[in-house]
Design a protein around this ligand. Structure first.
Ligand SMILES: Cc1cc2nc3c(=O)[nH]c(=O)nc-3n(C[C@H](O)[C@H](O)[C@H](O)COP(=O)(O)O)c2cc1C
Length: 208
């Protein structure tokens, strides 16, 4: 079993980093023979999406050395994702959405022929049978059913784009109110949910 732990916060001891680390720790306890792959997006050099990205439409065997080199980060990130059984993503809320580092990762892993294909019925995600847990942290709160839910562009976007490549089994843990007095209590509640989700995932895997 493999866990891919992705961090995207700019801060070294951030809320999401502490929570993804806790998730990895719980997961390790439950999978003593498993492997954790840690992808820190703040330490990843991303090529910009330029016109060179059109190389993704060329058959692998026909790529020039320069095109191969341009796509090598995408190849590496997609491979990490493909081999993972579970993916945990730490996603701080920046300006009501996701950090640009996480968007840069998404731009590298959504790729025709590798993670999605277009057929007679339109686009089809090629990644399946993976569980994704997205741990967010926000200064404020955007609970479902409140007027502020409409400002949450994180959860709907992440659900849509990951669903587009076939990842539809997604659980969100939101650590809200991190800029408010009640931050500690909300952090503890998010941390508390992690143990339950790791165990619940084990049970689901056992029934697959
Ligand atoms: C650039 C930036 C933009 C932010 N935008 C929002 C926002 O739109 N809504 C919100 O509730 N909190 C916002 N925050 C607060 C963060 O979501 C909060 O500090 C969170 O804990 C960051 O996650 P981290 O601790 O994992 O880095 C922002 C913080 C930064 C640095």
């Amino acid at each position: 079993m493999k866990l891919l732990q992705i961090d995207s916060s700019a801060r070294p001891s951030s809320v999401t980093r502490r929570l993804t680390a806790k998730f990895a720790e719980e997961w390790r306890k439950n999978h003593p023979d498993g492997e954790v792959i840690h992808r820190d997006l703040s330490a990843t050099a991303f090529p910009l999406i330029t016109d060179d990205w059109n190389a993704t439409r060329i058959e692998d065997s026909k790529l020039t050395p320069a095109q191969r080199s341009y796509l090598s980060t995408s190849d590496e990130l997609i491979e990490e994702l493909k081999v993972a059984d579970t993916v945990v993503i730490g996603a701080p809320m920046y300006n009501f959405s996701i950090p640009s580092l996480l968007k840069a990762w998404i731009d590298q892993i959504v790729r025709i022929g590798k993670t999605l294909a277009y057929g007679p019925n339109g686009p089809q995600g090629l990644l399946t049978r993976k569980r994704v847990v997205i741990i967010t942290s926000r200064g404020g709160a955007y609970e479902k059913g409140t007027p502020r839910e409409a400002f949450d562009f994180q959860e709907p976007y992440m659900r849509h784009i990951l669903g587009f490549i076939g990842l539809t089994d997604i659980t969100f843990i939101h650590a809200e109110n991190q800029a408010r007095e009640e931050a500690t209590a909300f952090f503890a509640a998010a941390a508390e949910r992690i143990g339950g989700i790791v165990i619940d995932q084990n049970q689901q895997v056992a029934t697959l």
